[in-house]
Design a binder for this molecule. Structure first.
Ligand SMILES: Nc1ncnc2c1ncn2[C@@H]1O[C@H](COP(=O)(O)OP(=O)(O)OP(=O)(O)O)[C@@H](O)[C@H]1O
Ligand SMILES: [Mg+2]
Length: 262
């Protein structure tokens, strides 16, 4: 075999190897829940957008806070949180119950909380980061500027459902969510987007969120056989990740979300 033929064979085999991307070459970001990291082969795909869907009180905000807290505290990955439903002070109090001191992270520039909840309620915000009004362009600009300013690698938008109250038609809401996710896909940032599931069979409020994100985790509060409510979740979709479609039960403990079993 001459040198030219050898070179061609090597190049062709390299080409095939590139097409067949091995699982461990995909960069992953820890979710904040060790059992979920295992289920997802190490965590969420880096720089992807994940929808966290669920009904009222299913744990969407706590799961999001756990993601930001773990990232900043354990992995030195700064995060930003756009809060549309709960005020930053409510969130700090809620997080403190799990031993997560958000103020400490904010003081170390490892977390920025962008207050949209207070302006939504028509009140002035005295937060360091706040929007004047709920407007998609302002949200995009703020995410972009904050991400550059603090090198944020994680983001949470809690919730997409709130965005919808500020647009008069379903078409406008959908196109604004489309623009937001398209923008996030261009940034080097891993984002959780929470959305309200109207019921257990309808995943998202606007029927579009789950199609636009690379991953979907749905949280449930469902009756067990004795009539008590049980918390569970299903990973509905996670691109570039072979994953189980089992239902996993979890509880909210004093340390946050803990997965119990499948
Ligand atoms: N410190 C705590 N310890 C245990 N469980 C808690 C604690 N704090 C809150 N919870 C539980 O978590 C629920 C709220 O979780 P979370 O705020 O994440 O839900 P959510 O899905 O974001 O709700 P919403 O739809 O109202 O935004 C509470 O209703 C309660 O059942
Ligand atoms: Mg919430």
């Amino acid at each position: 075999m001459n040198t030219f033929t050898k070179k061609c064979i090597i190049n062709i085999s390299e080409l095939f190897n590139q097409g067949d991307i091995p699982m461990n070459s995909i960069k992953r970001v820890k979710t904040g829940i060790p059992e979920l990291d295992k289920l997802l082969h190490g965590g969420y795909v880096k720089d992807s957008s994940i929808v966290v869907a669920g009904g009222v009180g299913t744990g969407k905000t706590i799961l999001s806070l756990q993601f930001l807290w773990t990232g900043a505290k354990k992995y030195d990955e700064p995060g930003l949180l756009i809060t549309m439903d709960e005020s930053p002070s409510e969130l700090r109090k809620e997080a403190a119950m799990f031993g997560w001191d958000l103020k400490e992270l904010e003081d170390e520039n490892l977390l920025a909380i962008i207050d949209v909840a207070t302006p939504r309620a028509g009140l002035p915000s005295d937060e360091r980061y706040a929007l004047r009004e709920v407007d998609l362009r302002q949200i995009i600009e703020t995410v972009y500027n904050t991400q550059k300013e603090m090198n944020a690698q994680r983001a949470v938008i809690d919730s997409l459902s709130a965005l919808g109250f500020h647009y008069e038609s379903l078409g406008k809401i959908r196109s604004s969510i489309f623009q937001l996710t398209a923008f996030l896909n261009e940034l080097e940032i891993t984002t959780l987007l929470t959305t309200e599931s109207p019921n257990n069979s309808v995943m998202s409020r606007y029927g579009i969120e789950e199609f636009l994100a690379q991953g979907v985790i749905q949280l449930f509060l469902k009756d067990d056989e004795t009539g008590n409510l049980q918390r569970s979740f299903i990973v509905r979709k996670m691109r570039s990740t072979p994953h189980s479609l089992n239902r996993y039960f979890f509880e909210i403990s004093e340390k946050g979300i803990v997965i119990l079993s499948s």
